[in-house]
Design a protein around this ligand. Structure first.
Ligand SMILES: Nc1ncnc2c1ncn2[C@@H]1O[C@H](COP(=O)(O)OP(=O)(O)OP(=O)(O)O)[C@@H](O)[C@H]1O
Ligand SMILES: [Mg+2]
Length: 334
């Protein structure tokens, strides 16, 4: 088959003027694109690099491809940016890997995603979302459980989640929210801080999706309120240990895997995803967010997890590709 590869390269884009320091954090490295290309080639397909943005549009109109392996994050800071490439592919009736535009758009909107998973019976932290300073002034903080964490409502890749995102009281929260509203130019979530184990779950496949692994993220130094922030992710080798399989009670692991499967299905994810939870003192998992387009680079949580459960990096990418091809009757292997 001729398989197109859509991606946004971090190094190929100039830093957008006026945008925060982490504006390009979600984009991929040349190494990640190369590993995906090598894997798809090794499966016997011809790879056509399509890139992202305008370049992708030009290429997809001129290159003949049977299917696209999509890791493009989309352009701009729009909350539906991850849907851009899949929406074009649906317009042209071209098969592609991963979730559809609706799922990708919903999941980048953390408050909306949380409403949907909560309606399916999954526990979520108490939270509120403020659109602007006027709305902020109307919040009755004495009713809110502190400490709390603040984060932009429509981001991923830890954009806007820093060590300073944890706030202890009403005075701190106001200051930090005003700051974040200014920097990220979008609503800000204030969320009850769930002070327990952090577990991220890898999911691969469809009907039903399989739990690839449940990985506990353990800070190397004792930390009063651990936040797996951008600073920690950028320096993960020094600051955290990854424990996979997570050494947690059987009942907790079952609750986490049930909640992962349910959220994957309720949100309409396809082929792969990564779900983040915090576990409270009684072993109840609280859903933080789901990534329907998780990173596939060497240093991403999903790949680290895959290696820890005995998969190879190439095996993970092949599993995503084959899960996608299996959804299209015309590409079923005979
Ligand atoms: N309610 C919460 N309680 C405790 N910790 C939280 C909470 N919300 C966020 N965190 C911490 O902040 C981290 C980043 O938050 P979140 O997963 O929402 O951001 P993200 O940018 O979408 O992450 P990713 O890099 O996985 O895409 C979490 O992994 C967790 O450590
Ligand atoms: Mg996360």
């Amino acid at each position: 088959m001729r398989i197109g590869l859509s991606f946004d390269l971090k190094d190929a884009l100039p830093h957008p003027i006026g945008e925060p320091e982490d504006a390009l954090e979600e984009y991929d490295s040349a190494e990640t694109v190369q590993i995906i290309e090598d894997t798809i080639s090794a499966e016997g397909h011809r790879v056509i690099r399509l890139g992202g943005g305008q370049e992708f549009l030009n290429n997809i109109l001129h290159e003949k491809v049977d299917c696209v392996f999509n890791i493009a994050e989309g352009r701009g800071s729009y909350r539906s940016r991850e849907s851009q490439v899949p929406a074009v592919l649906e317009m042209l009736d071209i098969s592609y890997s991963g979730s559809d535009p609706q799922c990708l758009a919903v999941c980048l909107d953390k408050p909306l995603t949380k409403q949907l998973v909560a309606a399916a019976g999954i526990k979520i932290p108490q939270s509120l979302t403020v659109a602007d300073t006027k709305e902020l002034a109307t919040v009755n903080w004495p009713d809110f459980p502190f400490p709390a964490i603040i984060k932009p409502a429509f981001e991923g890749s830890s954009k806007g989640v820093r060590l300073t995102s944890l706030v202890e009281d009403a005075r701190q929260v106001q200051e930090s929210v005003i700051n974040l509203l200014k920097i990220y130019n979008q609503p800000v979530m204030v969320e009850e801080f769930i002070d327990g184990d952090e577990v991220t779950v890898g999911m691969v496949g469809n009907t039903p999706p399989q739990v690839l692994g449940m990985m506990r993220i353990v800070p190397k130094t004792v930390n009063r309120h651990f936040v797996y922030s951008l600073e920690v992710k950028r320096d993960y080798k020094r600051l955290v240990e990854y424990e996979c399989p997570a050494k947690l009670a059987e009942s907790t692991l079952k609750a986490i895997s049930d909640a992962s499967r349910k959220s994957f299905e309720v949100l309409g994810c396809r082929d792969f995803a990564r779900v983040d939870f915090r576990i409270d003192a009684s072993g109840v998992p609280y859903f933080l967010e789901i990534n329907p387009l998780p990173g596939l680079g060497t240093y991403s949580d999903l790949v680290i997890m895959a290696l820890k459960v005995g998969w190879t990096h190439h095996g993970l990418i092949s599993a995503v590709l084959n899960a996608a091809l299996k959804r299209y009757p015309q590409w079923q292997k005979t």
